[in-house]
Design a protein around this ligand. Structure first.
Ligand code: HEM
Ligand SMILES: CC(C)=CCC/C(C)=C/CC/C(C)=C/COP(=O)(O)OP(=O)(O)O
Length: 300
């Protein structure tokens, strides 16, 4: 819990509130939710569909705000996060807490009233998972924090599907598994090159606690089940060849990149480190696969 003073009121502008929602990460969260919804085999009323996506965005933003409320002390210790509104002193912790709780309640209630209770329930679970399981419980305790806590970010495709159909099914469960198993390579690739930040803040991320060699091996290991979850919808007959071909080619490149990280190929001094490439490609990869899923569904 932060030791920063909580009673000082510092006026903040709308940009600070936007920053609390972690908007850049949210783009991919919202995209996977939207694609989960558009991949469902039903017609979705555009107003209901828009409301569902808005609720995912607001819920994810609320979770980001509550995460920053709780860990303002950690953020102050890391170069990457020190300029955020709380550690930089541009906003009081109360403001962040009120904003986060208000937005979380609003997003869940709106989802329940305007869309359906299944989607509202999964949205609630994902917010609670990110805030309580990941941020409060695991992040400061174990290097497995992102493996378990990462489930939070894997729920949006399920929420999108549930918003469209009112239920869950095998395809969105596979999409959940894909994002869940993608999270460790995504994050540990980044953690390899921002390791000192986490070490300075005392956060037990895998490269800090177990070292680079173990982290590289774990990235390679998680890529195997991730690849299976990514490609499986095609042979199972849940998608057509457009998704199948994009998923197979995209996953082959992901696996090659992860293998380069795992064996740590020596690079010319000016070349991009394989972990930096893997981190950047991991983001493009999810955009590609989820985009292909929708194109595939609409083309068939
Ligand atoms: C526990 C799981 C995760 C952890 C610890 C994690 C951590 C991070 C960190 C530290 C960054 C870099 C800097 C930043 O923008 O703050 C980042 C970037 C990013 N993450 Fe993740 N991430 C996780 C899961 C996810 C999920 C589930 C998604 C979306 C489905 C996602 C999407 C992104 C995107 C799009 C970026 C790039 C943001 C930019 O352009 O700056 N991440 N992630
Ligand atoms: C629908 C819904 C509620 C989704 C929310 C889930 C969500 C936004 C997941 C992404 C996970 C994430 C951004 C982790 C960042 O880790 P961190 O918080 O340790 O990163 P930091 O060091 O940048 O603060």
């Amino acid at each position: 819990m932060s030791s920063l003073p909580s009673s000082v009121f510092v006026p903040a502008d709308w940009r600070d509130f936007l920053a609390l929602t972690k908007p850049r990460v949210m783009t991919l969260v919202v995209f996977t939710g939207l694609c989960g919804m558009l991949a469902a085999p039903v017609h979705v009323d555009p107003v209901i569909g828009f409301t569902a996506i808005l609720c995912i965005a607001l819920g994810a933003g609320a979770a980001g705000a509550l995460n920053q409320w709780y860990e303002a002390d950690l953020d102050a210790l890391m170069k990457r996060t020190a300029r955020r509104p709380l550690p930089a002193g541009r906003m009081s912790r109360e403001s962040a807490l009120h904003f986060g709780v208000g937005l979380a309640c609003f997003s869940v209630i709106l989802m329940g009233l305007a869309v359906n209770c299944v989607a509202a329930f999964i949205l609630t679970i994902s917010i609670l998972f990110y805030v309580l399981i990941y941020t409060v419980w695991l992040k400061r305790r174990t290097p497995q924090n992102i493996v378990i806590g990462g489930a939070a970010g894997a729920f949006p495709p399920l929420i999108g599907w549930a918003a469209a159909t009112g239920q869950v099914a095998l395809l969105p469960v596979l999409l959940f598994s894909l994002v869940f198993l993608w999270t460790p390579p995504h994050f540990w690739a980044l953690a390899l090159f921002v390791k000192t930040d986490y070490a300075n803040a005392g956060v037990p991320m895998l490269p800090v606690v177990a070292g680079e060699r173990v982290t590289r091996a774990q990235i390679g290991l998680y890529t195997i089940p991730m690849a299976i979850a990514a490609v499986a919808p095609w042979p199972l007959g849940l998608t057509g060849p457009i998704y199948g071909i994009v998923a197979t080619a995209g996953t082959a490149l992901f696996a090659l990149s992860a293998a380069m990280v795992a064996v740590r190929h020596t690079q010319p001094a000016d070349a991009m480190k394989p972990e930096k490439w893997l981190f950047k490609y991991s983001i493009l990869y999810l955009f590609l696969l989820f985009g292909a899923l929708v194109v595939d569904r609409w083309a068939s």
